[in-house]
Design a protein around this ligand. Structure first.
Ligand SMILES: NC(=O)c1ccc[n+]([C@@H]2O[C@H](COP(=O)([O-])OP(=O)(O)OC[C@H]3O[C@@H](n4cnc5c(N)ncnc54)[C@H](OP(=O)(O)O)[C@@H]3O)[C@@H](O)[C@H]2O)c1
Length: 231
């Protein structure tokens, strides 16, 4: 069975993607910092009958990243790495003039440095997989200039660029940066608490990711809204 590592998989998009992959028979290695929530999610996903390793930890911890890859190795390798865990840098988001530099450092550490660290750790197994793929979960804030989204958006733009270069450096892999579009999740509420307009559930976006896995288009940046057209 193929094996996926999904970071930030206790809730939101990571959990919805994990459920879809488990439903397709994938074995999973999942993480999140809050152990109890992660354990509940892992139990739910294991009900699909696949193997689910849930390791609580912070993606910025190099030892934890090594544990994630070691767990995947035991399951047979790494066919897919999804760098999904994310930090906003300020909750709620603030204009750049107010953005604490520690918050910006945290966003860069979680969204960029840790993502690359996990790629580096997993690369030998991804290369060995034959059809290995890396997904960096991006945001339209990486490409558009939205007031208050500057620090987070800059970190996602950096992740996009790392993904683009990785795609060039690793022609044997697929490396996709994916903008999922707005979703009604805790992250969105933390970012913009006063915005209570209804937003799509993460599960509605998951078919975009499945399309990438099914069709394996060239490495590059994709918007879920485009991938969902006609699905
Ligand atoms: N929601 C949106 O509108 C939207 C739009 C564009 C892009 N995105 C992107 O979509 C991805 C998923 O976000 P979401 O909206 O699904 O968020 P979410 O529901 O808040 O889930 C975030 C997940 O990441 C985990 N996490 C956060 N920091 C972590 C860390 N340092 N180490 C390990 N796990 C960590 C969280 O659990 P713990 O807190 O327990 O660690 C949780 O499992 C993110 O990359 C986000 O930037 C979201």
């Amino acid at each position: 069975m193929p094996v996926a590592i999904i970071t930030g998989a206790s809730k939101g998009l990571g959990r919805a993607l994990g459920a879809a992959l488990a439903g397709r028979g994938w074995d999973l290695v999942l993480d999140a910092r809050t152990a109890g929530v992660l354990a509940e999610t892992a139990e739910e996903l294991a009900a699909y009958g696949t193997r689910v390793e849930a390791l609580p930890g912070d993606v910025t911890d190099a030892g934890h990243r090594a544990e994630l890859v070691a767990a995947a190795r035991k399951l047979g390798g790494v066919d897919l790495l999804v760098n999904n865990a994310s930090a906003l840098g300020a909750e709620p988001l603030v204009r750049l003039e107010e953005l604490g530099l520690e918050g910006l450092r945290r966003a860069l550490e979680v969204n960029v440095v840790a993502a690359l660290g996990l790629v580096q750790e997993a690369l030998p197994l991804l290369r060995a997989a034959g059809e290995g793929a890396v997904v960096g979960v991006s945001s339209d804030a990486a490409a558009e200039a939205y007031e208050t989204w500057g620090g987070y958006g800059a970190s996602k733009a950096a992740l996009d660029h790392l993904s683009a270069v990785l795609g060039v450096e690793e022609p044997g892999l697929r490396v996709w940066a994916v903008d999922p579009g707005d979703m009604g999740t805790d992250l969105y509420t933390a970012a913009v608490p006063e915005d209570d307009d209804p937003r799509p559930a993460p599960a509605e976006v998951v078919p975009a990711f499945l399309r990438l896995l099914d069709e394996r288009p060239a490495s590059g940046r994709y918007a879920a809204s485009d991938l969902l057209e006609g699905r």
